[in-house]
Write a protein that binds this ligand. Structure first.
Ligand code: IMP
Length: 182
């Protein structure tokens, strides 16, 4: 069934307020410390660039690219690192910046793997969260916004590499009008 970009689920104005709120929380929690924002490519790049400008603590950034292996469209939790960090994170206050938490499998793997590198602390900040889809428990310290079980695009999120540039978050819809994660 053909899928098309549907209605706006989260407007650009709502996203802007969400980023401001999360940024203020992180700035308060990390007063007096320097943070290393680890951006999980590619989806989190838009969120990272907005978020970092709302932090008033010293910030460094680094990038990581991962691919999730799975049968069909679902991730299995087996994650391959396509691009590793440039930075040694030992002793650093790391915040992993993600676009969206779905099953939680990718983040759980990333958090466990990065923890073995002895950061001073590690937390996760996700722009969006789909708690209804969670398969494994993973603590997400900063969530911008919870959303229902729908496949969304825009604000960095893609379908087959497209639509990351849309300024609002929109729902992908089947031609029969049904949404939901494929
Ligand atoms: P998880 O391991 O199932 O939590 O997968 C998280 C990753 O799946 C995210 O970083 C996204 O790249 C992708 N993903 C999950 N849900 C969506 C969605 O609704 N739109 C676009 N990408 C999604």
């Amino acid at each position: 069934m053909a899928r098309r970009v549907g209605e706006v689920l989260v407007s650009r104005e709502t996203i802007a307020r969400m980023v401001e709120t999360v940024g203020a929380r992180i700035s308060r929690d990390y007063q007096g410390r320097e943070v290393l924002l680890v951006c999980v490519l590619k989806g989190a790049c838009v969120f990272l660039s907005d978020l970092m400008r709302h932090l008033d603590v010293p910030v460094k950034i680094d990038f990581m690219s991962v691919s999730s292996y799975g049968a069909g469209t679902e991730t299995t939790g087996t994650v391959r690192i396509l691009r590793d960090l440039d930075t040694d994170i030992a002793g650093k206050h790391v915040i992993v910046v993600e676009d969206i938490v779905d099953t939680g499998l990718t983040l759980r793997y990333l958090k466990e793997m990065l923890s073995t590198r002895h950061p001073a602390s590690i937390a996760v900040c996700a722009a969006f969260d789909k708690p209804a889809r969670r398969k494994v428990a993973v603590e997400v310290e900063y969530v911008g916004m919870e959303i229902p079980d729908a496949f969304i695009v825009g604000y960095g999120l893609d379908l087959d590499g497209r639509y990351r540039n849309l300024p609002d978050v929109r729902v992908m819809t089947d031609d029969d009008g049904q949404g939901g994660t494929p």
